[in-house]
Design a protein. Structure first.
Ligand code: EPZ
Length: 422
């Protein structure tokens, strides 16, 4: 199992190219199941999660070719496709559940393993299944699998009120609705940029979708979808992660491809902490003013609120801020596992349920730490950039899920980071 060794203290300067969004690509790839025509995605990130989705789609009968320059050609097979998503693939990655809506819409039936919980929470699928049932799906849970079929062989449009703006449920229902008979309205839909990116791709395949990016999405079902080529939107979570790097070390980093609209609430918090964020012709440039950021309070919310996927990285930064910060995690029930690891480095954090109170310290000290989930892992790397001495982050397979070429990107701006095999 590999580790990443970070030696702190080197100021950063230079440019980091931000990749295509993992969480957009993981919804765009299953969209190929909606059409017999090929779907080509450009700017897809090269990540282990993309490889897992490729494996899943191939197990369903889709032809998937990953081309070298981050281009993924995903083409659904012309014949009937296998409509069973096996547990041993689905358990590795929750986003596998995004094949449920497309399979039901295309074939009228599907058997999809429940993904099971993960480190950050139970992550049920009730909002997905309640919505599909409103569209005429009959869904039974048997031996850990959702057995679903569309009454009469085809889903029908419905008005669906989400109790919570679930990203995955919005994606599953929106994809299912593209081929349903009639009109579907999703109220309290998620508004994330990845939803808009998926809607753009589906429209280029011939779908009729309005309101994506707002809380009300309307889909007029059509009989078939066609071919498309779509560029995956920039990864706003990778962007936010690398924007923070110079705040830990001093210096200045320009994140190429960064767009303010993707990270507006995050940038607002950085500026409140006294950090310089500048829009350039090629992206977003960040530098730390003076020695320490100021403490700020953060509450995670659905987009356009502060993203839960940047909470761990922000907490790591606030460990070094001047003053006391309060972070509230409102999206997941167990997303503070990075806190005890940061405390091993000298951070002062008090966790009470979904609230973490961080008292900033002048210095962190390098230490061996354990990665527990994707975003917690990268928060430890960031802390290591500032810590005195050496930080060894273990179980870095978590990082490979969401950060393409992390060591190369950080070394490229002067960080002392290397990957070692144990
Ligand atoms: C997506 O997960 C992202 N993953 C997550 O990113 C991200 O943290 C999350 O959205 C929130 O922004 C992908 O896009 C592949 P949700 P998703 O459905 O769709 C509860 C990362 O690090 N819920 O919006 O699973 C759920 O338990 C990952 O890249 C239900 O109760 O998120 C959670 O508490 C981590 N019932 C909350 O809603 C449901 O049917 C948010 O879940 C569905 C969700």
């Amino acid at each position: 199992m590999d580790s990443i060794v970070v030696t702190g203290g080197a100021p950063l300067s230079g440019q980091i190219q931000i990749a295509g969004a993992k969480n957009a690509a993981l919804a765009l790839m299953p969209a190929t199941l909606l059409s017999e025509e090929p779907l080509t995605l450009t700017n897809a990130p090269r990540l282990s999660d993309i490889a897992t989705m490729t494996q899943l789609l191939q197990s369903l009968g889709a032809e998937v070719t990953a081309l070298q320059d981050g281009k993924v050609q995903v083409m659904s097979s012309h014949g009937a496709i296998n409509t069973t998503a096996e547990y041993d693939i689905v358990r590795k990655m929750r986003a596998s559940n995004l094949v449920l809506g497309p399979l039901l819409a295309r074939e009228g039936h599907a058997v999809v393993s429940l993904p099971g919980g993960c480190a950050i929470g139970a992550r049920p699928m009730d909002i997905h299944t309640d919505g599909l049932e409103k569209m005429g799906a009959e869904i039974d849970l048997r031996d850990g699998y959702l057995h679903a079929k569309a009454a009469g062989g085809r889903l029908k449009g419905a008005v669906i009120d989400f109790p919570f703006a679930s990203v995955g449920a919005t994606e599953n229902i929106m994809m299912a609705a593209t081929l349903a008979k009639g009109t579907t309205v999703i109220n309290n839909a998620a508004r994330e940029p990845e939803i808009v990116d998926l809607a753009d791709c589906l429209r280029s395949m011939g779908a009729q979708i309005d309101g994506d990016g707002t809380s009300t999405i309307t889909v007029q079902g059509v009989d078939r979808l066609g071919a498309a080529t779509h560029q995956v939107v920039t990864d706003r979570i990778e962007l936010g992660t690398y924007m923070l790097a110079p705040v830990f070390t001093g210096g200045e980093v320009e994140c190429l491809g960064g767009r303010i609209d993707l990270v507006a609430s995050f940038v607002e918090k950085l500026r409140e902490a006294g950090i310089d964020v500048t829009e350039t012709a090629n992206g977003l440039k960040v530098s730390r003013n003076g020695n320490r950021p100021k403490a700020v309070n953060v509450t995670t919310e659905p987009f356009p609120g502060f993203p839960t996927d940047l909470q761990a990285q922000m907490m790591a930064m606030l460990c070094l801020a001047e003053g006391t910060s309060v972070l509230e995690e409102k999206i997941f029930e167990n997303r503070f596992m990075h806190a005890p690891e940061l405390m091993r480095m000298g951070a002062q954090i008090d966790v009470q349920g979904g609230t973490a109170t961080v008292t900033g310290v002048e210095k962190l000290k390098g230490a061996p730490v354990m990665a527990t989930d994707l975003r917690a892992s990268v928060s430890l790397i960031l802390a290591g950039l500032a810590a005195e001495g050496e930080t060894v982050v273990n179980r870095v397979y978590h990082l490979d899920r969401g950060y393409e070429q992390l060591v190369r990107k950080l070394s490229g701006v002067g960080a002392q980071v290397e990957r070692v095999s144990n």
